[in-house]
Write a protein that binds this ligand. Structure first.
Ligand SMILES: [Zn+2]
Length: 178
C-alpha cells in the first residue's frame, strides 16, 4: 500500500492536504481572476470579445458578468457593468463598499466611471488596454485627483492568460476573414 492510498483509507486525509496545498500556493487574487477568466470564456463561446468580471465580497462572488455587447446589441453590456448590476442586486444596494472587482482587461472609461459610482474601492485587472484603458493606459479615470472618488488599482494578475484569450479570439476572426 503506497502512502497516498494509506491516506485515502483515512477517508479525507490526502485529498484534504492536497486541497490545502493548492489553496496556499494560489493567492486570492489569482484565484478570483480565474473565475473572471471563466466568465471571459463564456463570452468567447458566444462569439463575443472574451472579457469577464467578478465582484467579490467577504470571500465570495456576489456578481459575475461577461461581455454581451453583440448578443444584447447594447454598447453598455460590458463585463464589468453586468457584474456590478448583478452584485448590486445581490446586496440589494447600489453601494458596493468592501468589494473587489476582478476583470480580465483594464476597464474602459464607462466601466471605470461605474466602478467609482458604485464605490468599489479596488479594481484588479489582468491585461492592460492601450486603446481604451481608463486605469492609466489610455486615460486615468479610476484613480485621479481631479475626481472626488478613487479606486485602488492592481494589475497584471494572470496577465498572460487574460491577454492570450483575447489574442486567440482576434487571430481566429482574422483567419475566418470576418
Ligand atoms: Zn467597459
Amino acid at each position: 500500500m503506497d502512502r497516498a492510498s494509506d491516506y485515502g483509507s483515512e477517508g479525507w486525509g490526502f485529498e484534504f492536504l492536497r486541497a490545502r496545498f493548492f489553496y496556499i500556493v494560489m493567492d486570492d487574487h489569482t484565484l478570483w481572476m480565474r473565475f473572471a477568466l471563466q466568465e471571459a470564456r463564456k463570452a468567447r463561446d458566444k462569439n463575443e470579445v472574451p472579457i469577464g468580471a467578478v465582484v467579490v465580497h467577504e470571500g465570495r462572488i456576489i456578481g459575475r458578468g461577461h461581455n454581451l455587447v453583440e448578443t444584447l446589441q447594447d454598447p453598455t453590456a460590458h463585463a464589468e457593468m453586468l457584474a456590478i448590476t448583478s452584485a448590486a442586486n445581490s446586496l440589494a444596494s447600489w453601494r458596493l463598499d468592501d468589494t473587489i472587482l476582478y476583470v480580465t482587461l483594464e476597464p474602459c472609461s464607462m466601466c471605470a466611471g461605474a466602478i467609482l459610482l458604485a464605490r468599489i474601492p479596488t479594481i484588479i485587472f489582468g491585461a492592460t488596454d492601450p486603446r481604451y484603458g481608463a486605469c492609466g493606459s489610455a486615460v486615468q479615470i479610476a484613480n485621479t485627483d481631479s475626481l472626488d472618488i478613487h479606486a485602488n488599482i492592481i494589475h497584471g494578475i494572470l496577465e498572460p492568460e487574460c491577454k492570450k484569450i483575447l489574442q486567440d479570439f482576434f487571430a481566429e476572426i482574422r483567419q475566418r476573414g470576418d
